[in-house]
Design a protein around this ligand. Structure first.
Ligand code: KG4
Ligand code: ZN
Length: 333
């Protein structure tokens, strides 16, 4: 089954063609990041407008690159939630128009389910059940993936997402948006024990995360250094901060694995590209005899191949939609 996937939930307009949920025939991503960088973060209104301008060309390119004309496409899968509402609506409405005019089934896909599916593209042997740490700019979840379409949230962030925590702290350090990527690079040269930072925990919810206090600790540290006129060592601060965030993520993920007795651990989302997170999860799995799956780097961030992949499994489960499909800014997995 050949599925065309469409993704427009944040600042990437993407389209891809995927065969049977596992084989990427094409994947096109038009990123708006350079424009949003000017404002230090994604400006929703600008994002929607750029999606409107880019989407037809991106879809056309994905079809051309795949070697499959529209007549050979079997269904259209689209991210309908969660994300920026104006941005999502562009993808949803384009997909509805295309499905209606070509007489194809329309498959709504949850963005986080898509991120998880990036692992089906990277690791052909991976099948549920498994435990997944989904860490992106907007979400930090520990999810029990019971089957391709039955998922249960075991833990989540109470405030900032992991990617947001990286981006906001990076901004305070003067690193341009999206700072998580650059902070990861700078941290490689730093001493991760140079600065003492907290490891926030949520009382009574051991699998939940809280990153806002950690971010505030860095902002206070920078403020105090500024007032005293003391020099801050950027690589050391990046390394200490990165370790604090990654410690919180891996500690709770391990707790969830022990609690559920899961042997297959999976990471997904933009932050799963983080070098330290990948190294630490690898180490943790090697020590405990568990198997680790991470998406290849090109599939960690937002893309439409992951949406087409999950779309295949949603279709097999009968999860299609009609022309009444709407976009939702917030929707649990
Ligand atoms: O999944 P994604 O592309 O978009 C959302 O669905 O949010 O994730 C983007 C987030 C950004 O916050 C970005 O800073 C972060 O992922 N990110 C990283 C790294 N690469 C991307 N954070 C830490 N280390 C990285 N290497
Ligand atoms: Zn995402």
């Amino acid at each position: 089954m050949i599925i065309l996937g469409i993704e427009s939930s944040c600042d990437e307009t993407a389209a891809a063609v995927v065969e049977d949920g596992r084989k990427v025939l094409s994947s096109v991503i038009a990123s708006q990041v350079e424009e949003h960088k000017l404002y230090g973060g994604v400006v929703p209104e600008i994002a929607s407008r750029r999606h409107s301008e880019a989407i037809a060309g991106v879809v056309r390119q994905a079809l051309a690159d795949s070697g499959k004309p529209l007549s050979q496409i079997d269904a259209v899968a689209v991210t309908y939630a969660p994300g920026l509402i104006g941005a999502l609506l562009v993808g949803v409405n384009f997909a509805k128009g295309l499905a209606l005019s070509a007489g194809l089934p329309l498959i709504p896909v949850h963005h986080l389910r898509g991120h998880i599916a990036s692992n089906y593209l990277t690791s052909p042997e991976l099948e549920p059940p498994f435990l997944c740490l989904v860490v992106s700019g907007g979400h930090s979840h520990i999810i029990e993936v019971k089957s391709y379409t039955q998922l249960r949230v075991l833990g989540k962030t109470r405030d900032d997402a992991a990617g947001e925590a990286f981006d906001k702290a990076a901004r305070a350090m003067g690193i341009p948006y999206p700072g998580g990527v650059e902070m990861d690079r700078i941290a490689e040269a730093g001493n991760d024990r140079a600065y003492q930072l907290p490891r926030p925990r949520v009382d009574g919810a051991p699998l939940d995360f809280s990153f806002s206090g950690l971010k505030t600790a860095v902002i206070n540290l920078l403020h105090n250094a500024g007032q005293k006129g003391t020099e801050v060592n950027l690589p050391d601060l990046c390394a200490s901060y990165r370790r604090a965030v990654v410690d919180c993520l891996t500690e709770n993920f391990l707790k969830a694995a022990e609690q559920t007795g899961t042997q297959k651990l999976v990471a997904a989302g933009g932050v799963s590209a983080n070098r330290l997170l990948r190294r630490n999860l690898q180490e943790l799995c090697a020590k405990s005899g568990r198997k680790l799956y991470v998406p290849e780097l090109s599939l960690c961030g937002d893309n439409a191949a992951m949406i087409a992949s999950q779309g295949y499994y949603e279709y097999l489960a009968g999860n299609t939609a009609g022309m009444e499909l709407n976009a939702c800014a917030q929707r649990s997995i």
